[in-house]
Design a protein around this ligand. Structure first.
Ligand code: KG4
Ligand code: ZN
Length: 349
């Protein structure tokens, strides 16, 4: 039963949590979004500086809310890959320093493994094998979760990630960053059948389509063309209908692939992770399709869909329980495939 202090600073949230196995004792998320919004996206150097300012107060707050002290902590974890290198460095350096100071093990965590573990926070009895539909700002993948640390990616996007598509479409509609939650809200007011849009199928050389891979750049271009056409026609831009049509197309595309993949692999459970797991259209579509196919779907609690440290702590607690710890020489990496994740650990039980 490991209790872990976890730090997540891979992008624009400074997050700290204390997690006991799959139970969140405290979770602090300091968002930098208001600062980055004025630039229309995340500015890496600004992100690193803000992490430096926020990290110590966030740790103090996590301890205060948990009512715990250092003697009750078994290990200190931080996201070490993938992400913005300067931002990751802040979290990893903080975690390693605290590990030396308090003589606790250090556990480096892969950010995407954290998103996979977010579903364990809503269903503490979840056990592999299951399929994870991971849909974030940087990734769109179908992952066969075989065991802790053992993942096989069966499908992915060939270009833009689902969250990236939401952000880009929001930008071309003149909406604020990050676009996902804004489009989600506007879509509730629009008619999704107004504009038929392409789902982004990947043709195979032998004919037909790749069953699990996706593409969202064509969809984004189709929305751009539609907006230009409507602009040239004059009148008010039907932003709600465009948002609803776009969101439904993404939800359908992700749902179709996830259901087929789960059925083909005989996996009875689909766990969703990443910021787009918060999307109401995806939640509704996938839930409905899963019920029709006798599959179970698990979404993380809303506050743990987007970046947070509770999911990192949950993954770290399981690694620590298995005797996996990282060397203090472990560096950060902007990219690291999930299949290379076990190289983060020096000891295995
Ligand atoms: O997982 P996350 O916080 O960061 C990454 O690891 O990338 O995901 C952020 C992404 C952004 O692209 C954001 O627009 C999207 O998740 N997102 C949403 C919603 N909430 C966040 N997309 C669609 N609907 C939402 N409700
Ligand atoms: Zn993320």
């Amino acid at each position: 039963m490991a209790t872990v202090l976890a730090i997540e600073t891979s992008c624009d949230e400074t997050a700290v949590a204390i997690v006991k196995n799959r139970e969140v004792i405290s979770s602090i998320i300091t968002s930098q979004i208001a600062t980055h919004r004025q630039y229309g996206g995340v500015v890496p150097e600004v992100a690193s500086r803000l992490h430096v300012e926020s990290i110590n107060p966030a740790i103090a707050q996590a301890f205060a809310e948990a009512g715990l002290n250092w003697t009750e902590i078994d290990g200190i974890a931080a996201t070490c890959a993938p992400g913005l290198v300067g931002s990751l460095m802040v979290g990893v350096t903080t975690a390693k320093t605290l590990a030396i100071l308090h003589q606790k093990p250090f556990i480096g965590i892969h950010h995407l493994e954290g998103h996979i573990y977010a579903s364990y926070l809503s269903d503490t009895s979840l056990q592999p094998p299951f399929l994870c539909l991971l849909v974030s700002g940087g990734h769109t993948s179908l992952i066969h979760v075989k065991d802790c640390g053992v993942y096989e990616t069966l499908g992915q996007t060939r270009d833009d990630a689902a969250g990236e598509a939401f952000d880009k479409v929001a930008r071309l509609l003149g909406l604020a960053y990050p676009g996902g939650p804004v489009i989600d809200n506007l879509a509730k007011l629009g008619n999704p059948a107004t504009y038929p849009l392409p789902e982004g199928n990947i043709s195979l050389p032998a004919g037909g389509y790749h069953p699990y891979d996706s593409s969202f750049s064509g969809l984004k271009t189709a929305v751009l063309r539609l907006v230009k056409k409507l602009q040239s026609e004059g009148g008010e831009m039907p932003v709600n209908d465009i948002a609803a049509s776009f969101q439904q197309t993404v939800a359908k595309s992700l749902t179709r692939r996830a259901i087929k993949c789960a059925l083909d692999c005989q996996l009875k459970t689909i766990a969703v992770g990443g910021g787009v797991a918060a999307n109401s259209g995806l939640r509704q579509h996938l839930q409905q399709a899963a019920e029709q196919n006798n599959l179970k779907v698990i979404f993380p609690p809303m506050k743990f869909c987007t970046d947070n440290a509770a999911m990192i702590g949950c993954a770290a607690a399981e690694h620590l329980n298995r005797g996996h710890t990282s060397p203090l020489t472990l560096g950060v990496q902007s990219r690291l495939s999930l299949s290379h994740l076990m190289q983060l650990y020096s000891k295995t039980a």
